[in-house]
Design a protein around this ligand. Structure first.
Ligand code: SAM
Length: 234
């Protein structure tokens, strides 16, 4: 319904919506429906029907409907230096990540990960509240590349962005990789990137090596870009 409203307001429902309410759903006066205004506010409303005239009295504001991704997306992030992981936690939470797995690999230089874990978990909670998410992403305990690769089989699709992979545009590659997936694991490398051996082991374990284009993105940018692609596809 066009415009912004508040509880107690009486709104006219016309056209196809009115016909649907009276002839398809066969609603009666007093029955309740859900309506959404231009500000994306959701209301429970009580109907008043008089012949073909349909009005709805807004009774109660309902919590915002959370748009969930059609996949359970898990981001495994090679822990970067300093506070960059804070950025990754915040941005991937806003973009709908279900779980974040910090890991270390050959070129990881970051340390003190365990001490930062509680901070990342607090950040995920704040970021979820800020963007209106009820489900706060879990942050897994730090693990090694080896233990991470051993979990690849638990996912329908494993996306392994590697700057040295064949330059197939994501718009060509990604849709078909996630088309039939319910769960997706995204594995992002550290500042120094993955070694050729790590990329080979990942591919051997079923991961899809993907390119994010010709520009080399910072480690804290890569997961955000892939989640943005997935939100677009969703
Ligand atoms: N030295 C930079 C830094 O300090 O952040 C680059 C980091 S490195 C390339 C970070 C990770 O981001 C890589 O391991 C890979 O997972 C991903 N990445 C960055 N640019 C990419 C690209 N163009 N294609 C595929 N993956 C990319």
């Amino acid at each position: 319904m066009a415009g912004n409203y508040d509880t107690g307001d009486l709104v006219e429902i016309a056209g196809a919506d009115a016909r649907k309410i009276t002839t398809v759903l066969r609603k009666r006066t007093g029955d309740t429906i859900e309506v959404i205004d231009s500000g994306a506010r959701r209301f429970r409303a009580a109907l008043r029907l008089d012949g073909r005239r349909v009005q709805a009295e807004l009774r109660e504001v309902l919590p915002a409907a959370e748009a969930r991704l059609p996949w359970r997306v898990v981001v495994a992030q090679a822990v970067p230096k300093g506070a960059k992981m804070d950025f990754v936690v915040e941005k991937t939470t806003e973009l709908g990540v279900a779980e974040i797995l910090p890991f270390s690999c050959e070129r990881t230089i970051a340390d003190g990960t365990a001490a930062k874990l509680e901070r990342w978990r607090r950040l995920a909670t704040t970021a979820a509240q800020q963007c209106g998410r009820s489900a706060v992403p879990q942050i897994g305990d730090p693990q090694t590349f080896e233990t991470l690769v051993a979990q690849f089989g638990e996912f329908d699709a494993v996306l392994f962005p590697w700057e040295l992979s064949r330059m197939t545009p994501a718009r060509e590659q990604l849709p078909q990789l996630v088309e039939r997936a319910n769960s997706i694991l995204v594995v992002v490398g550290p500042e120094g990137g993955f070694s050729g051996d790590e990329a080979a082991r990942a591919a051997a374990a079923g991961a899809h090596l993907i390119s994010l284009g010709t520009r080399i993105l910072r480690t804290e940018t890569a997961a955000m870009v892939i989640l943005a692609f997935l939100n677009y596809l969703a």
